[in-house]
Design a protein around this ligand. Structure first.
Ligand SMILES: [Zn+2]
Length: 141
């Protein structure tokens, strides 16, 4: 598995998904705001690999107020070592990181005045371009 080349996703990371061992980093989802045109939404990720084998993708924190999966995957990311397994495991314990930090189901709403579309003030004025919609296309294979 590799990250999609530029143009297919705007999400980037320094992780080498083909390297053996345990790596912790962030997926960085570009997100321009009034504070920074070059802002990113960080999404924590752990990649654990030991040789050739299947890849498992484990995700929690799609909703920030559902804590069990976040805690379980955080513990797994810290405790699991490459020699405990074969293949690769990708662990994302806080997929919707802004909501996880806020402890709310969805990210806190931004000021409504920033959005010309009622109810679309959370992320972006274009509902098709809300950044968390890009997560599903970040991986291939
Ligand atoms: Zn949920």
């Amino acid at each position: 598995m590799k990250m999609s080349p530029a143009g297919e996703t705007r999400i980037w990371t320094t992780l080498d998904f083909d390297r053996d061992g345990k790596q912790h980093d962030w997926l960085r989802l570009p997100f321009s705001t009034d504070q920074s045109a070059y802002g990113v939404i960080p999404i924590p990720i752990t990649c654990i690999r030991n040789g050739v084998g299947p890849t498992a993708l484990l995700i929690a924190g799609n909703h920030g107020d559902e804590y069990e999966g976040q805690v379980a995957l955080g513990k797994l990311a810290r405790r699991l070592e490459p020699l405990d397994m074969r293949g690769r495991i990708l662990i994302l314990p806080a997929l919707n990181y802004p909501a996880v930090v806020a402890g709310t189901p969805l990210p806190r709403r931004r000021r409504q005045s920033q959005s010309p579309v009622p109810g679309r003030g959370e992320w972006h004025s274009n509902p098709d371009d809300r950044p968390l919609c890009h997560l599903g296309s970040a991986f291939d294979g």
